[in-house]
Design a protein around this ligand. Structure first.
Ligand code: CP
Length: 297
């Protein structure tokens, strides 16, 4: 795989070997004794975080990259192109989140410094997907051959749109798509799975779809993407994983969520051994450090 300058889409990653290297680097970050030395190449480098939508995890995990200084820019009606032209003069890399799909790609077209897509509308969220696959590997030791159930708002959930291309890199992965019909995975992503020869099933019912899953990845229904409150209310609590459902899963199964959650996972599940979502969020720090080192180190 050629060296990437920008991180815009998970479809840019076409080699499992690259991901393995990135995961090894993230793993090293996690080891306290090497953490400091490994981050040295980032000392004094500036990451600009330009977020036009709220974020806790993505933004803080990027900003927690020690030895980097951060800046952020709020919009005053300036075009994204002008903002990128200006900020790229101040920073060594830019992480951008925007409500419009394609914004990160537009930024990358004109930016002399690396652009990292931190979520573009209903498009993609590649650094979350890298975090997710890293988490699966850490938790279960492998990715190939696993059965992965993706549950919830598959229409608007950009984390899912980025996760699927990464899963396609591993042989034998089977995918179960569970959503209300209104929130079905968009055609272009289903076509991508077909093109890559990934076995997948679709349905609306949780029962039966997750019983033998190795990974149950549930998503928030993305209220901010709905045209009306009525449409949101019709599907908002379609799936809720409670203690009974969590305990019905295979003992070694893991429950994942990019967070923030609303009602999708009851708090009573948090102490269940299968609940991997808080570890998943923590992994985002190490994975993003490894990615910054790849881009700037
Ligand atoms: N998972 C995720 O993108 O969370 P934030 O919106 O808090 O960044």
């Amino acid at each position: 795989m050629d060296k990437l300058k920008h991180i815009i889409s998970a479809r840019q990653f076409d080699a499992p070997e690259f991901l393995l290297g990135l995961f090894e680097s993230a793993n090293q970050m996690e080891r306290d004794d090497t953490f400091r030395a490994l981050r040295d190449p980032l000392r004094g480098r500036i990451l600009a975080t330009i977020f036009y939508e709220p974020s806790t995890r993505t933004r803080f995990s990027f900003e927690a990259a020690e030895n980097m200084r951060e800046s952020s820019s709020a919009t005053k009606g300036e075009t994204i192109e002008d903002t990128i032209r200006i900020v790229s003069g101040y920073a060594d890399a830019i992480a951008i989140r925007h409500f419009e799909q394609g914004t990160a790609e537009a930024a990358a077209r004109i930016s002399p410094v690396p652009i990292i897509n931190a979520g573009d509308g209903v498009g993609e969220h590649p650094t979350q997907a890298l975090t997710d696959v890293y988490t699966i590997k850490k938790e279960l030791g492998r990715i190939g051959g696993l059965k992965v159930a993706l549950v919830g708002d598959l229409l608007n959930g950009r984390t899912i749109h980025s996760l699927l291309p990464l899963l396609c890199l591993y042989p034998g992965v089977r995918v179960n798509l569970v959503s209300p019909w209104q929130l079905r995975l968009p055609l272009r992503h289903r076509e991508y799975l077909l093109e890559k020869g990934i076995a997948f099933q679709e349905g609306e019912k949780l029962a039966g779809a997750i019983d033998d899953a190795d990974v149950v990845y549930i998503t928030r229904v993305q209220r901010e993407r709905f045209a009306s409150e009525e449409e949101y209310l019709a599907v908002k609590d379609s799936y809720i994983i409670d203690a009974a459902i969590a305990n019905s899963l295979k003992p070694e199964a893991i429950i994942m969520h990019a967070l923030p959650r609303v009602n999708e996972i009851s708090p009573e599940v948090d102490d269940n051994i299968r609940a991997a979502y808080f570890r998943q969020a923590k992994n985002g720090l190490y994975l993003r450090m490894a990615l910054l080192l790849y881009l700037l180190g």
